[in-house]
Design a protein around this ligand. Structure first.
Ligand code: PEP
Ligand code: MG
Length: 754
């Protein structure tokens, strides 16, 4: 049966459209199960009916005509229960309804399985038998597995509007494809499928006759790609900060690398033709990146494949085709690469949608730098059918609407208008003090790292840098950066902000951030060797970093050192000793270093319970709500399967914050929040009410959060917090905060988002 299943699935995947897939399934299922009838009903939510869409055994004319109201009959029972219903003698069942239009005589055996996607019933797959028959467990699971395949095909058809054509529906709301937010914002425009490059995987092995000529051909193709990349890089000069343009340097470096070029040349010399040799090299290199645990580095596999396809295009003598871009281009691709994105004229690019990738893909990073809304990882995206389709990109919620209905369109046009009006209002906050209506100042700091999200306007707005993630410069190298390279890096950020404070966080690798040159194989990386746990076992790495930080601070004096992932008092004491040692050694070496303020991050439940003891030992506390939420709720912050359980407005997180404030206040230790919660305008009032001393967030959030700060008094914030702390679930808290912002005319700050 497994074999049959496999063959049906393959045939379904090749079907030209949904109707063909449905007809194919009913035919093959009847044959393999040996039943009299096989039918597929699709559930139409709007008309609340299960509609017969394909059958073998019932009358053909019934297709599209038979509509069973949702609660009716055994088919209705399957939808209702979202479980298989297996009845040997259907007419004897209390829910049985005889349907005349289907040409139904008296079928007795009935098995219906639901077609489910993401918890929603999309339809029912039914088999019938004239005689009484109880279908076997094996037959039930067989249909179940097929139904799961069908769910994918239905979702595709729905996304491309094909299902609407089939059902004649025009006004179906909430029909969208889900992905991950890549960059916030809304775009309404026309899909342009990213220029399809040559298919490297389809290249066969072939011997070459003249390996010298073949090597030359390969080198020429590489140099053509290099020219293309340099041209694109130059065209972005004006639009992107230097660090983001450096993505192209990384690609050029990869292109010129020994491993890519020499590995291919070696195979050509051994007798393989250039395209075949290239395919092997690219697959090997992409595989290395794909096996990495860190999402940022895993994404580099797509850059390698993109380079491979570009070289192949030139090898095949193709000139990259000229693509016409409409005024409102939304770039769509299987795996949109940074280069494809850069190929679209900047003034025409308004959105990005990628079937693969995540928020840390280069394409998403570039989209953020360009301020273009993006949705990544839209796994059900039928890319091939997206050319010139009308699309809406909702970068707040990670949604894509294909051929949106007039009502969805109107709704998003309204949102766009609101966004424009909102940005004017938000912009009005520029240069204003971050001060409550009763005169309490709440300093707002920036979170930053490798990618330079900051333009000088944002830099001016910030009270300093509240979190500098030092691991990011470590992650893009092939070995640990030395003292000098680190000094240069830290000096740049300290200097940019001096005399404002800059909180440099010591290396927080491990968990979801492994270094490619420092492999850590673990079953539970988030509960394993990460953050200061590595620093303590590798004092040489830690000391080099501290020395670099202290030296970078000479003459400036705005350095603050922050220790991540602290779970016990001992860790802090040992790390403080190491910092003192680095300081003393540098003094002995006659450097005019100064002992900085040192603080800890509270990100682990044990640290919440020991906050008083920790506060006593340090100069400041910074709460990492991203990890704290993950550890309090036992929800992996990167796992999409449990993403709906991850909520940093969960009452448990709020209560933990309250405990942290009490413990820190008992010792007069200032507390900052630097997780994503700090940049969420819905949480601002709560954090104000808690008495948090400062917030640190990404550049895009500062003005929005400031608007909230300036709209409320401290006493009102405390009152609202008191109410929120009595609530029992996150949705309740969120709704309450939405209401509170709405009352002050700040609804626009959250409405486009969730
Ligand atoms: C956090 O955990 O909230 C935090 C700020 O650190 P990171 O997101 O870098 O783990
Ligand atoms: Mg953290």
């Amino acid at each position: 049966m497994l074999d049959t299943l496999h063959r049906i699935v393959q045939a379904v995947n090749k079907a030209a459209n949904l109707q063909e897939a449905l007809s194919l399934i009913v035919g093959r299922v009847r044959e393999s199960i040996g039943c009299d009838v096989c039918s597929i009903y699709l559930t139409e939510e709007e008309s609340r009916a299960n509609v017969l869409r394909a059958t073998i055994g019932l009358r053909d004319e019934a297709v599209g005509k038979v509509r069973l109201p949702l609660g009716r009959g055994l088919v209705g029972l399957v939808t209702e229960r979202a479980e298989p219903v297996n009845v040997a003698d259907a007419p004897a069942h209390p829910r049985y309804v005889h349907v005349n239009d289907t040409g139904e005589i008296s079928y007795r055996g009935f098995l219906g399985v639901p077609i489910i996607q993401s918890g929603r019933v999309l339809g029912v797959l039914v088999v019938r038998q004239k005689e009484t028959r109880e279908f076997s467990d094996e037959e039930v699971t067989f249909l179940f597995t097929l139904a799961a395949q069908l769910a994918g095909a239905i979702t595709h058809a729905r996304a491309s509007g094909e299902l609407d054509e089939l059902t004649g529906e025009t006004e179906a709301p909430n029909r969208f494809l889900a992905g991950q937010p890549g960059n916030t914002g809304v775009a309404i425009g026309q899909g342009v499928v990213a220029f399809r490059l040559s298919d490297l995987n389809a290249v066969p092995d072939r011997p070459c006759e003249d390996s010298q000529a073949e090597c030359k051909r390969f080198r020429e193709a590489v140099s053509e790609v290099e020219k293309d990349l340099r041209r694109l890089q130059a065209s972005l000069d004006e639009q992107l900060p230097a660090e983001d343009r450096a993505l192209f340097d990384a690609l050029l470096l990869m292109l010129g690398s020994d491993s890519l070029v020499n590995h291919t040349l070696k195979q050509i010399e051994e007798g393989q033709w250039a395209p075949g040799a290239l395919r092997k090299t690219i697959s090997l290199h992409a595989g290395v990146f794909e096996d990495m645990e860190d999402p940022y580095l895993r994404e580099r596999a797509s850059d390698v494949r993109d380079l491979g396809r570009r070289i192949l295009t030139h090898l095949q003598g193709d000139q990259p085709q000229h693509q016409e871009y409409p005024e409102q281009t939304i770039l769509v691709g299987e795996e949109v690469s940074a280069v494809q994105l850069a190929e679209v004229p900047r003034e025409k690019l308004i959105g990005v949608v990628s079937a693969a990738g995540s928020g840390s893909s280069h394409a998403a990073i570039l989209a953020r730098a360009m301020g273009v809304p993006a949705v990544m990882g839209v796994t059900n995206l039928p890319v091939g059918r997206m050319q010139h389709r009308s699309l809406i990109v909702d970068g707040y919620r990670g949604r894509v609407y294909v051929e949106p209905t007039p009502s969805v369109r109107t709704e998003y046009e309204r949102l766009l208008d609101q966004e424009r009006a909102l940005s004017a209002e938000v912009e009005a906050m520029r240069g204003q003090a971050s001060e409550t209506t009763d005169g309490v100042t709440l300093p707002l700091y920036l979170n930053t790292g490798l990618i330079n999200e900051m333009n000088s306007g944002d830099q001016d707005e910030a009270a300093g840098v509240g979190l500098y993630r030092t691991e990011l410069p470590f992650m893009i190298r092939d070995r640990f950066p030395g003292e000098k390279a680190q000094i240069k890096n830290y000096r740049r950020v300290l200097e940019t902000f001096a005399p404002r404070p800059v909180f440099l966080r010591t290396l927080d690798i491990g968990g979801d951030k492994p270094l490619p040159y420092f492999p850590v194989e673990e079953q539970n990386p988030f509960l394993g060797w990460r953050g200061v746990r590595i620093s303590l076992q590798h004092p040489e790495i830690f000391l080099t970093q501290i020395r670099a930080m202290l030296l970078a601070d000479v003459g400036l004096g705005n350095l603050q050192i922050m220790l991540p992932m602290i779970s016990s008092v001992k860790e802090v004491e040992k790390l403080q000793q190491l910092i003192q040692r680095a300081h003393d050694e540098l003094m002995e070496e006659e450097h005019a270093v100064r002992m900085p303020r040192i603080g800890v991050m509270i990100e682990v439940p044990s640290a919440v319970y020991q906050v008083e003891e920790l506060a006593r030992r340090v100069d400041f506390i910074s709460v990492g709500t991203n990890d704290l939420t993950q550890y309090l709720l036992a929800v992996d912050r990167n796992n999409p399967r449990v993403a709906d359980l991850y909520d940093d407005m969960h009452p448990a997180v709020l209560r933990a914050l309250k405990m942290i404030m009490e413990g820190a206040n008992a010792n007069n230790t200032p507390v900052s929040v630097c997780g994503e919660l700090a940049g969420n305008p819905l949480a601002t009032i709560l954090l104000m009410g808690l008495g948090v001393h400062s917030l640190s967030m990404s550049a895009g959030s500062i003005l929005r959060v400031k608007w909230v700060v300036r709209s409320f008094s401290m006493s009102r914030a405390r009152q609202l917090l008191g109410v929120a702390l009595r609530m029992e679930d996150a949705d309740q808290v969120r709704r309450f905060m939405e209401g509170s912002l709405d009352d002050m005319g700040l609804g626009g700050l959250f409405r486009p988002g969730k």
